[in-house]
Each structure stands twice: as C-alpha cells, then as structure tokens.
Design a protein. Structure first.
Length: 278
C-alpha cells in the first residue's frame, strides 16, 4: 500500500513537471506586436514588426546594413523604446527582463592593453549585482569557473585579455554572459573578427548553449546562418520570419536586401549582383 501511494506521488510529480515544461515551451519568451521605431528626425527604421521567440529557438536575423537589426536588439534589451507597438520579454517590460539576457555585442569596449585578466572580464558579467566596493565571494568565483570551463578557457584565467587570439577573446565574452545564467542569449555580428577555425568552434559552442537556452543572433553570413539556426528573420525595416524548413524565396531576399541577390541555396553564401541600397 505504501509503495502504491509512493508511485502515485511520483507519477503526479512527473506529470506536473511535464505540464510545466510543455507550458514553458509553448509560450513565447519574446512577443513583439506591431512595433515601429524611428530615430529623432528620421524615417522609421522599423515598421510594423511582429515576432515571437520561444525558449528552444535559435533565431538568425539577416538583412542589409541600416535595416534595423541592431536597433531591434536594443529594443529587446530595453535600451530603446518603440514609438508604437508592444514588446514583452519573459512577460515583462524589456528593461525589467535585462538580467535574464546574456548579450555579446559585435565589439566589446575593452582596452586590450589594459592589464586585466580573463577571470576579471568574466566576473564583470555580474558586477551589477555587487554593491560598491563589495568583493567577489566564493560563489562568484564558482560561477566564473563554470562559465570558463564551459568555453574551455579556465586554464587561461590569469592571462591578460590582450594576449588572447580573437577567437579566444570571443569565448571569454561568451563566458562573461554565461556567468549571469541567462535564459536568452543575444549575439550581434559575433564572428566579425575571428578566423575560420575559431568560427567553427564558435558555432559548435552556440549549439551546446542552445540545448538549454534560446539564442538570437544577427549575422551577414547567410550561408553559415542557414546551417546552424532553426528560425530565420529577414529584416530591412519590415520583418519576414521563417522556419529553416520553409523555403526562403528569391522574392523575400529581394524585398529584404532591396538589391539583386542570387540565392545559391541553403548552406551556401548569397551572391550580390548589384550594390546594396542602404
């Protein structure tokens, strides 16, 4: 009889857990409705943008320079406010959800000549959680070690950041975001300054992160994007969102880039036939 009650109890726990996971997976972590935005004195950079991002998404955003990609990321991060429309991130206003997001910008403003160690850079990821003059504690150092172990750089923790290669620095910046235990990662042109070998390692690392965390990445590299993400958003003022299982047609690319682009196929770079109209 006791065993029967125990089995019923365990079954209830498992069912509850399954329902919780199902609900979390089926509800978007980002909801954007009818969003428009313009910088002061300019025309709309974003117009009537609608987007949903889910907890298992690996979303790639492509589009020409000036198409609004970085602007959209800043709105999701709560750094800019839309002129029109609604934006919810984890059912909160973007600014209130910022601590749930790990952000890796295209260029991190760090003086490579400054004598700051890899460990110091990673710990900066939780600096906003510390009081003025409060020292890092053992728990902070444990989190930093976990993050550096994940990117396979703990052995370089005492190295100065300027002594690392571009690929190694990029992994340090990822660890800096990982230490926050984010539920969403956002990357803005993260492979702009790393070599081909480091880029391959970078995408492998992102695939590992995506097993537990949603990812949004902006990139100009259409070929690589198609091979690694599960959802594509083409953005040039307006947004067209697709699963990678859907066909990205020539017409969609023409509307997005507003220039003649020859679509060579998924997993292959596009060929620009005319100069982009920015």
């Amino acid at each position: 009889m006791v065993i029967d009650y125990f089995l019923i109890f365990v079954s209830c726990i498992l069912v509850s857990l399954y329902l919780y996971i199902f609900i979390m997976m089926s509800n978007p972590i980002i909801t954007i409705k009818n969003l428009s935005f313009a910088y002061q004195g300019e025309n709309n950079v974003l117009e009537n943008v609608n987007l949903e991002v889910f907890s298992d998404d690996f979303l790639g955003i492509i589009g020409p320079n000036g198409g609004g990609k970085t602007t959209l990321l800043k709105i999701i991060l709560g750094l800019l406010k839309p002129d029109k429309g609604d934006v919810l991130v984890f059912d909160k206003k973007p600014k209130e959800a910022r601590d749930l997001i790990g952000y890796v910008p295209q260029f991190l403003e760090i003086d490579l000549d400054c004598p700051v160690s890899v460990l110091d850079i990673v710990l900066m990821g939780i600096l906003n959680r510390k009081k003025i003059f409060q020292r890092y504690n053992d728990e902070d150092l444990k989190l930093a070690k976990e993050a550096l172990d994940f990117v396979d750089l703990w052995n370089l923790k005492d190295k100065q950041i300027g002594e690392l290669s571009g690929g190694q620095r990029q992994r340090v910046y990822i660890a800096r975001a990982l230490i926050r235990k984010p539920k969403l990662f956002i990357f803005d042109e993260p492979t702009a300054s790393i070599d081909e070998k480091s880029e391959k390692e970078f995408w492998e690392l992102l695939q590992a992160i995506n097993k537990n965390t949603a990812i949004i990445i902006v990139s100009h590299d259409i070929g690589v994007i198609f091979k690694n993400v599960n959802k594509i958003a083409c953005l040039n003022g307006q947004l067209y969102c697709h699963s990678v299982d859907e066909e990205i047609t020539q017409d969609i690319l023409d509307k997005t880039y507003k220039c003649d682009i020859e679509l060579l196929g998924h997993g292959l770079p596009h060929r620009v036939l005319k100069k982009h109209q920015n």
